[in-house]
Structure formats: C-alpha cells, structure tokens
Design a protein around this ligand. Structure first.
Ligand code: ADP
Ligand code: MG
Length: 558
C-alpha cells in the first residue's frame, strides 16, 4: 500500500512561509478571502469541464463551498465540491512557486526593497500560504473529479516540508482544515465569519454555506444541532443590479479577479441588449503590473451564461486596451466555444466594439470628473493607449481627446483640446517636437522660431509618440506638425521676407562653402528664418524618413 511521503518545499516557498509567519501581523483575516477564492476558482473549473463531461458531476451534484468551524478541535475547515487535485497536483500546486499569486508577492517584495512596507504586503494576497497567518498546521484532503476515487492528504506545519499520504473522501473536491493558533480562535465565531464573507467574498457566484450550531435546553438536556446556512448572495456580482452593489464590493471583486492589492482606479458596469446580449464589468487598475504583457492572462475573463470559459480572452479586447481587466458574460455564444470560433465570430466582434466604446467612455469620464486620477492612469498606461492611434483609425478623435503632453508652457501635462484653446491668432497647426528627453526637446533649436511667435510646442519624449502623432494627423481640424519638419510654413510679413532674401543672398558664399565641406553628409545648406538664437540646426528634408525611424535604423546598425 502507498506510504506517507515527505517532500521539501521549494526554497522560495520557505522564504514566503517565513515571511507570512514572522512578519505579517496585520490583516490576518485575508486568509479566508484567499481560500474562498481558490475554492471558487476550483468550482468554476469544474463547471467548465462538466459542459463536455457531465459525468464529472455524478458523485456530487452540488457546486458549493462550506465553512465548518469546530470549537472542540479548534479547527476551521473550508470545503468545496470543485475540481479537486490529484496526488501530483497537490505536490506541485502546494509546494512550488509555479503559480501566480505568490510569485507576484515575492516580486513585489523585491521591488519594494527588503521588508519595507509590511502594511502594504499585509494586504497582498499570498494565496494558499496565507493559511499560515492563522494556523500552525494545515491539512488538505483532496479528490480530483473523475473516475479515480483516490484521495490524498497533504499536511504541513510550514517547517520546511510537507507530507502526502492516501486518504478517504466520499466525493470530488477539496477540504482545507486549519488548526488555528491559540490566539486566532476568533475565526471560529459565527458572526466573525459571516461578516468576513460579506466584506471580502460576497462576489463569489457559488453558495458559501456556514455551519452554525444551535444549543437548546440546559444541563443534561442540552442538545446541540448543526445546520448549513448560505451566507453570501451567491449570484455573480456582475449579474446584480448596479444599485445593489457597493463600491467596496466592486473593489473586492476586482482584487479577487486580478490579484492586485490596490483598489482599481475606475470601473464601468453595463448591460448590452442590442443584437448581442451581454453583461460587462470592466476595471482600470491604478498601477501597471510588473510586466504588462506577460500579465495578459489576467485580462478580461469570458463567461457564457454565467459559466466561466476562459481567463484571458484577447479576442474581446484590442492590444492597446490590454490594461483593462474585468468580466464579459455573453448570452449568445455557445458554451463549448473554442478559440477558433472566437476568432471569427460576429458576436465577438460586436462585443469587442462595445468594450472599446465603454472603455473609452470610462476614460473620458475619468478625465472630466477626476483629472488627478486620470493623470495617474495616463502615467501608468498612456504609452499603451497611444498605440491605438496607429491601429484603430475609427477611434482617433476619442483617443486624441485622451492624450496628455508636457509642453513649452511648462505647466505640467496638457490635453490637445486645452492646447487648441490657447492657440494664438494666426497659428494654424498644433506643433510638437519629438526627442529623447524633456531636456533635449526643450533646448532644441528647432523651437526658436515657434517660441518667438508665442506658439506653444508639445514635448513628445515617449518612443511611441512620433508614431502615434502620425497616426492622429490632426485634432479638431488642426494638423499636427513636427517642429523638425523642413517646410515649417510660418507666416512672415512681407518686410521680413524681403529681409530674409537679402540675407540669403549675402550668405550665399558661406552656405556654398559649407555644403562643400559637408559634402554627402547633408543634402542642402540653406538660410532659414526658423532660428533666432542658435546659428544652425539640422532638419529632415522633405521626403526624408522621420527622425524616429532614423534612430530606429541606427540602433539596429543599418
Ligand atoms: P493562485 O490562486 O494564485 O494560483 P494559490 O496559492 O492561492 O495561488 O493556490 C495555488 C494553486 O493551488 C492554485 O492555482 C490551484 O491550482 C491549487 N488550489 C488551491 N486551492 C485549491 C482548491 N480548493 N481546489 C483545487 N485546487 C486548489
Ligand atoms: Mg489563490
């Protein structure tokens, strides 16, 4: 017969466990949110697989969570009838850092510098291991959904190793039993548990049942009866009416969805009832994740008729909105929808269009109502949003309105609309200068003529800026013109023109000599009216490739 095996934790897990046990004193109650969230994920996964394998539900038709406090033993058990884990999954999932939550926690820690901000870290979900905030021993008994009736018990006191041994379990699912520390027995209390569920886990779309005990009679006649009571709303958050959802509930749901430890910056919750029916709940985070692109797995989750289908559904959201998080729940897609089907589905295209519109509306509203918050967004995700200018022609006007740039006005970021509002009489274009840094562009000789005329110049210093500006081309009927462009058509008076012609005549020998010396390095040397203080500057000739392209080619060694 199989024996008990002992496994060592991966080094990173030990590091994590020692932090959890020795350093996190605040927010210990988050353990419940984490374990409930895992159970809810396990139920979602099962429901999804049961679409094609209904027999998985045979041993236990209910999809639910149970919380079972046991005063006598000093234990709290969190049970689910979800997908369960095999022997190998137990070892891998609860012994190595392969999974998301904990890896991010360690990365956050590295970024913050050693143990600096414990308060913040206390709010961070450390996933399963947060069980050790309140327990000194944890037992997990799990049985994977399917034909194999084998169940396994995982046990650990978080001292470097865990054991795995055969166990009994009547049906599929997972039970996690926490042997509460002496000073953490408060988590056995009915009201404490009820209020934690309401506070942190009300979004969960499966019933959470709490075992409650009622004692009747006294002395020898005393009888204790237990029963299970549903303590959450048990309907997916996005299916409820907006008026019934508090900001805190939206925020908790967002944290569950994204593993972000900060509340979102903004959200939008909507129902579309046109030709395609679906519900959407979209969030804009405050901070970019550690790696925005690798993080796409957290993008927008697709549900079909309340059934979880997939985590990251890129078909629903364009690349340039990849910071958006949330849920789309469609009534029109088939439950067994595949990637291929998503790719050329009319329904998906309609949803995507709506998602784009709602996201842009949300950002516009944020910019209008909470300009400070909008700047936070802009600093975090502006670079990503700008990609839309080059790829989504239809949304140019809306996107143009969302852009923010530093400018020669030196008063922080400005919108294009505000810039246009300040345009001088006779100014016909929105001028910008592109360069590597603010300092480089602000000192650029190319600006002199513009500054002299009192024209404001936008400073573009983000590598995507020039590309984006060319995508936008114009805003509110005003063309965007680069200050580096050769034929800067600035209006001069007749007198000025005359003077310039005379000057050019007088400098003819000099410019000819310069061309002689510089030879093939330049195409032409000419007298210009664009400079006021500097003697010379380089410009891109008409038909020449833009400066950013030159730089790109140079970097690649062409
Ligand atoms: P995360 O939820 O971010 O993946 P956790 O530390 O919370 O990280 O959980 C680690 C992994 O353990 C999960 O990804 C899942 O595979 C597995 N797991 C945890 N709890 C359960 C459960 N109740 N049922 C099935 N699998 C679970
Ligand atoms: Mg988790």
């Amino acid at each position: 017969a199989p024996q008990r095996e002992t496994h060592a934790f991966q080094a990173e897990i030990n590091q994590l466990l020692s932090l959890v046990i020795n350093s996190l004193y605040s927010h210990k109650e988050i353990f419940l949110r984490e374990l409930v969230s895992n159970a809810s994920d396990a139920l979602d996964k099962l429901r999804f697989r049961a679409i094609t394998e209904p027999e998985l539900l045979a041993d236990e038709p209910a999809l639910e969570l149970r919380l079972i406090p046991d005063e006598a033993k000093g234990t709290l058990t969190i049970e689910d009838t979800g997908i369960g884990m095999t022997h190998d999954e137990l070892v891998k999932n609860l012994g190595t850092i392969a999974h998301s939550g904990s890896r991010e926690f360690l990365e956050a820690l590295a970024q913050k510098g050693q143990q600096k901000d414990m308060q913040l870290i206390g709010q961070f979900g450390v996933g399963f291991y947060s069980a050790y905030l309140v327990a000194d021993r944890v037992e997990v008994v799990s049985r994977a959904a399917g034909k194999d009736p084998a169940a396994w018990r995982w046990t650990s006191e978080a001292k470097g190793s865990f054991t795995v041994e055969p166990a009994e379990r009547a049906a599929r699912g997972t039970s996690i039993t926490l042997h509460l520390k002496e000073d953490q027995k408060e988590f056995l209390g009915e009201w404490r548990l009820r209020s934690l569920i309401t506070q942190y886990s009300d979004y969960v779309g499966h019933p959470i049942k709490l075992q409650v005990s009622k004692t009747t009679g006294t002395g020898d006649d005393a009888k204790t009866e237990t029963s299970l009571e549903v303590v959450n709303k048990a309907s997916a958050l996005w299916q409820r009416a907006k008026s019934e959802i508090t900001d805190e509930q939206y925020q908790e749901f967002y944290k569950h969805l994204t593993h972000d430890w900060e509340a979102p910056l903004a959200w939008t919750h909507f129902k579309a009832d046109g030709n395609t029916q679906f519900t959407g709940l979209l969030f804009v985070p405050k901070q970019p994740p550690f790696d925005l692109d690798a993080q796409q797995q957290r993008g927008v989750r697709l549900f079909v008729k309340r059934v979880f289908i997939m985590d990251r559904c890129e078909e629903l959201v364009p690349q340039w909105l990849r910071f958006v998080r949330g849920v789309i729940d469609s009534d029109d897609l088939p439950l067994n929808v595949s990637r291929e089907l998503l790719q050329d589905s009319q329904v998906v295209r309609a949803i995507r269009k709506h998602v784009v519109k709602k996201s842009l509306d949300l950002l516009e509203k944020l910019a209008k109502d909470k300009p400070e918050d909008y700047l936070t967004f802009w600093k975090a995700f502006g670079t990503v949003l700008k990609e839309g200018l080059a790829t989504e022609a239809e949304q140019k006007d809306k996107l143009g309105g969302l852009l923010r740039y530093e400018s020669s006005r030196d008063e922080g970021l400005t919108s294009l609309a505000d810039y246009v509002g300040r345009m001088k009489e006779g100014q016909e274009a929105i001028y910008y200068v592109y360069g590597e840094s603010r300092k480089a562009v602000a000192d650029s000789p190319h600006l002199e003529a513009l500054k002299q005329r009192g024209f404001e110049v936008l400073y573009m210093t983000d590598p995507v800026d020039e590309w984006a500006a060319q995508g936008l081309r114009e805003f509110q009927g005003k063309p965007l013109v680069s200050a580096l462009q050769a034929d800067l058509k600035l209006q001069s008076t007749d007198e000025q023109k005359k003077e310039q012609e005379q000057q050019a005549e007088g400098l003819k020998t000099l410019t000819a000599k310069m061309k002689d010396v510089l030879q093939e390095s330049v195409r032409e040397v000419r007298v210009s009216d664009r400079l006021t203080d500097s003697p010379v500057c380089l410009v891109v000739p008409e038909g020449g490739s833009p400066a950013y392209l030159e730089r790109l080619l140079q970097q690649r060694g062409r």
